[in-house]
Design a protein around this ligand. Structure first.
Ligand code: DGJ
Length: 740
């Protein structure tokens, strides 16, 4: 998987279909040579003739005469440091004790070994057996300052995945101020790409956008203290002609949940530099002698088979080697959440009524959402006071949980532990525990402040209070919410020179808390949430086994949100609920069938007052859950093919093929009913040409090659009333293999 050619100091990484090549040039630079379709060997790979460029750039003074035909300003590199001759966007920038800002690295050593180590304090994809991946570590050092860099790359044996991160150690005698440290900074020879990324807002997460690269820099970022609704820490370079099923794609996903930046810079000779890392805006890190800084991991994947193939690689990697614990491979319970049913207005009796009726429909877990603690009758108080409100729950959480269990349902509880309401006992006792800057006021969002997770006492408090709740009551699931962006980011426990570390320390604190709780309570299913998908990033999925995809529960809106989310996130991570109509966010009325169809594209749940459902509706929900249980293995653990995009067509159609290829599920969602508009034959993917499949509920049998090439003419066949679908409606289609 990683071959080293001593003579040319070249490393060749291979995954099943890709190669990645770089060499050590002049003992100083890691020169990037190739990333793309797999090469058997490197015969004839002569590095680019940089001499042909007319450059005003200086030549690095450390280069020997033989090497001095080139400036690092025009070399393709694996990483770049500010201060010498590379004048493009640097990966790394630091200030040293003498006031200088120059970093010059020199090769020290390298090591190749089987396996992949954990990252200290940060999420990372992992291996279970050593032979699943091979790792290269290259050590470089700045001789003058003693700053040491470890570049770490791991290549996966069975997946087209290469991960990388960097770690910096101060082996010198004086402090170093890191101003910028990208996890990945990689040069491409040309700029004829488009940048693909996901953007959004509250209730409108993960919209897909593609824009051509331009001379200069395109950057996406978060300054909100979380990866946020606005952008995902993900970019891909795609060719203009790349589609869902064909063409080149380079995917880069940062496993980090805080402020990040990611983008692409096209320089004057039209090469492209891709960068991802912790946002350098309002960041610095004081690295004292002997200290180390670990930058988050980037997961890279290349394919020439289109965007869908990139997604399938991320899906497989993340559901098998990012997700962890007991729940990684288990079917998750179908839940009912009381939020949109009652908001803050509930009591034990109401919750039990919901549970009883839910049980009749085949629902497996009741989740008690916001409002069960302190005196929380609205969102203006009590965050931090994590004891039951006995007016609503006279028997406490324990009493309710036991009663829910008696009804034959599991019990889940909502918490928002990172927050504190100014109107809370906790705030009155510890007004200094929130993020703040003295003399600058404390701005509330949703009437709440953010706890300072850089503080040991705050971390201990959150761990202890949640440990108590989880130990005292039979709780099977936790929904961990986080409902505002960070402001006045400052910490009472950090000295002035470390204030700009606060946002990253917050994230490290959160990761530590989550890791501790997961270790203490391995049976509990943790679901993440940040006002919907406000922190639904790959970093978080190391700790949470599922995530609430969006606060927008409308089936029509979810067609877009879940489509975009699936670019990186596997369906098994996506919380998706059937809610009431008219929908509470957009007022749209869709059928129960449609709401079920869309929600089956993720982890199905219900979020409506089921006590108000008629017997007929209850019967329909029951059938819906039976159908879901029948198809969820395929949807969650099969391969997903996005057949039609709502961003480009009148449909959101998702195909899922089981691992054994015996079952094909199609979630067929239409946006607008139109007359005689499209013939709409669905060409399927991922099924064998010679097998035969029967469309469930009919006698119709199709040969694989016909499905793949001619397609399934769904509307013409009128199955499940598909020809009569109204605006924003969905149907589930299933094909069963009848002959291989
Ligand atoms: C935001 C979440 O996304 C909702 O599902 C709900 O839990 C509310 N917070 C409760 O305050």
């Amino acid at each position: 998987m990683i071959k080293y050619y001593e003579e040319s100091k070249t490393f060749h990484f291979t995954t099943p279909n890709t190669s990645y090549v770089f060499r050590i040039f002049g003992e100083r630079v890691m020169e990037h040579l190739y990333y793309g379709k797999r090469l058997q060997d490197l015969e004839g790979m002569f590095p680019c003739d940089y001499g042909k460029f007319v450059s005003g750039a200086p030549i690095d003074s450390e280069f020997s005469e033989a090497e001095s035909f080139v400036s690092t300003d025009i070399m393709l590199q694996e990483y770049s440091f500010y201060g010498s001759c590379d004048l493009r966007t640097p990966g790394f920038h630091a200030a040293y004790a003498d006031g200088s800002r120059i970093t010059k690295m020199k090769y020290v050593s390298h090591e190749i070994y089987q396996g992949k180590p954990k990252l200290k304090g940060l999420p990372a994809v992992y291996v279970e057996e050593k032979d699943e991946a091979e790792t290269l570590e290259v050590i470089m050092e700045d001789e003058l300052t003693g700053l040491r860099i470890r570049y770490r790359y791991s290549a996966f044996q069975k997946l087209d995945v290469i991960t990388r991160n960097i770690e910096v150690e101060n082996t010198g005698k004086k402090p170093v101020n890191i101003e910028k440290i990208m996890s990945c900074c990689l040069d491409f020879e040309t700029s004829d790409y488009e940048l693909l990324h996901l953007h959004g807002a509250w209730g409108r997460e993960s919209y897909v956008e593609r824009c051509p690269l331009m001379n200069g820099c395109i950057k996406i970022e978060s300054r909100r203290g979380a990866s946020a609704h606005t952008h995902r820490p993900f970019v891909a370079l795609v060719r203009k002609e790349t589609t869902e099923n064909s063409g080149e794609v380079y995917g880069f996903n940062l496993l980090y949940s805080g402020n990040f930046e990611a983008g692409a810079e096209v320089e004057r000779y039209l090469s492209t530099r891709v960068f991802l890392g912790i946002n350098s805006f309002d960041f610095h890190w004081l690295l004292n002698p002997g200290e180390e800084f670990v930058a988050p991991e980037v997961v890279m994947t290349y394919t020439d088979a289109g965007i869908g193939e990139m997604s399938r690689t991320y899906h497989e990697l993340y559901r098998t080697r990012l997700a962890r614990g007991k729940w990684r491979d288990l079917e998750r319970p179908v839940l009912i959440n009381n939020w949109e049913a009652t908001y803050f207005d509930f009591n034990e009796e109401k919750i039990l009524d919901i549970a009883k009726r839910a049980k009749k429909a085949g629902i497996e877990m009741l989740v008690l959402d916001d409002g069960w603690f302190g005196k929380r009758d609205n969102d203006r108080s009590s965050l931090g006071d994590w004891y039951a409100d006995l007016r609503k729950l006279p028997n406490g959480v324990k009493g309710l949980a036991e009663k829910i269990h008696k009804e034959g349902l599991q019990f889940g509880l909502w918490v928002e532990p990172e927050m504190i309401s100014p109107d809370s006992d906790l705030y009155r006792a510890h007004p200094d525990w929130c993020l703040h800057v003295n003399g600058r006021g404390r701005s509330c969002g949703r009437w709440q402040l953010v706890l300072d997770l850089a503080r040991e006492d705050v971390k201990r408090y959150i761990i202890d209070v949640l440990s108590d709740i989880l130990s005292e009551s039979p709780i099977d699931y936790i929904k961990w919410d986080m409902n505002r962006n960070l402001s006045e980011i400052g910490s009472d426990v950090l000295p002035p020179e470390r204030q700009a570390e606060t946002a990253h320390r917050y994230m490290l604190g959160l990761y530590e808390i989550l890791e501790t709780l997961r270790e203490r309570f391995p049976e509990v299913l943790f679901e993440g949430c940040a006002a919907g998908g406000g922190r639904f990033d790959a970093g978080m999925m190391y700790y949470f086994n599922q995530y609430w995809t969006s606060d927008n529960s409308d089936a029509g809106e979810r067609m877009y949100i879940q489509h975009g989310t699936s670019y990186i996130m596997p369906p098994v991570f996506m919380g998706a609920h059937v809610s009431a109509v008219p929908n509470h966010q957009v007022g749209r009325v869709t059928s129960l069938e449609t709401r079920g169809c869309v929600a089956m594209g993720g982890q199905l749940g219900y979020e409506l007052d089921i006590t108000k459902a008629s017997d007929e509706e209850l019967e329909e929900i029951k059938k819906q859950i039976e159908l879901y249980k029948d198809i969820r293995q395929t949807v969650h653990w099969g391969n997903m093919y996005r057949l039609k995009s709502p961003f480009e067509s009148n449909y959101a159609v998702w195909e899922y093929v089981s691992d054994d290829q015996n079952t094909v599920v199609i979630l067929y969602n239409k946006i607008k009913a139109m007359v005689g508009f499209e013939r709409n034959s669905l060409k399927l993917y991922g099924i064998p040409e010679n097998s035969r499949y029967r469309l469930r509920g009919t006698e119709k049998v199709f040969k694989g090659e016909v499905l793949n090439r001619y397609g399934l003419c769904v509307e013409a066949m009128g199955v499940n009333g598909i020809d009569k679908m109204r605006d924003y409606s969905g149907r589930v289609l299933i094909l069963d293999r009848v002959e291989s």
